[in-house]
Design a protein around this ligand. Structure first.
Ligand code: HPA
Length: 273
């Protein structure tokens, strides 16, 4: 679970594998966004199943490894693969990796995901900087007893997606000559893709992208005071926006397209922190 002692056990295990200082920046890579991990040099690679208390991800495209290495000469941790609420783990599991990063001393967390677009102007292969989120999944890793050593019972989410970091993402995209959209990410629990009626509801709520992850990590990170920013890689138009069915293969294919564009942006971004 993600109690104080368990996350420190996990963090101590990771530290025991490192011969260098623990990075201050970590990134979580969504489905098919492995390009960034491939750009990490000189990496120590730790499979999740080796880390105490970590569950094993169950989705194709989520290989489940922690990479600790250098990106553009900056020490980073890359979380390749994540646990999803739809996998049926207790809610707390969706926050475990994030809290382990906190126990390691990470201060800045970059969350990426594959998402469906609700923006006409952002089709498959596009990217969207996450400016805010809507938790529509009904899951929250922080439900239960609070441990004040980790964070307060009640905490602010009014600037959960750090404005200064978000600005740097826009600047890094511009520096790379890449077009990037911005908008609100809404989390649906899945595992099904949404209905057109649900997407229409999300659109009216102001969402720009929909996916099945990221919000638990943002909540856990903000609770313990980490700074958060993030990018959705658009793999498809959300249900009902264009004719045809949605499938995971398309998600993987266009995740690759957007992931290739995202790699230089994140390589630039980490040098600005
Ligand atoms: N809905 C939810 N999650 C997703 C989608 C989608 O359309 N595309 C990629 N992940």
């Amino acid at each position: 679970m993600m109690d104080y002692d368990s996350v420190h056990e996990a963090a101590d295990f990771v530290k025991s594998r490192l011969s260098r200082d623990v990075p201050k920046i970590a990134m979580v890579l969504g489905s098919g966004l492995d390009g960034v991990a491939d750009a990490v040099e000189d990496a120590v690679i730790i499979p999740y199943e080796d880390i105490p208390h970590f569950p094993k991800p169950t989705v194709a495209g989520h290989s489940g490894k922690m990479l600790i290495g250098m990106l553009s000469g900056v020490p980073v941790i890359c979380m390749r693969g994540r646990v999803h609420a739809y996998e049926g783990h207790p809610d707390a599991m969706t926050g475990l990796a994030t809290r382990t990063l906190w126990a390691l001393g990470v201060e800045t967390l970059v969350l990426t995901n594959a998402a469906g677009s609700l923006l006409k102007e952002a089709g498959p292969g596009a990217m969207m900087v996450i400016t805010d989120h809507i938790n529509f999944a009904g899951v929250n890793p922080l439900v239960g007893l609070n441990d004040d050593r980790i964070g307060p019972r009640f905490f602010d989410m009014s600037q959960a997606w750090d404005p200064a970091l978000t600005q740097k993402l826009f600047e890094s995209a511009a520096a790379c000559g890449e077009m990037i959209h911005s908008g609100v990410y809404v989390m649906a629990k899945g595992p099904n893709f949404e209905t057109p009626a649900e997407i229409e509801m999300f659109r009216r709520m102001g969402a720009g992208a929909v996916g099945m992850s990221t919000v638990p990590e943002c909540l856990t990170a903000r609770h313990c005071g980490m700074r958060v920013c993030g990018v959705s890689c658009i793999t498809n138009y959300a249900a009902g926006m264009v004719p045809g069915e949605l499938n995971h293969e398309e998600t993987m294919e266009f995740g690759d397209v957007a992931g290739k564009k995202l790699t230089p942006i994140l390589k630039h971004f980490v040098t600005t922190i």
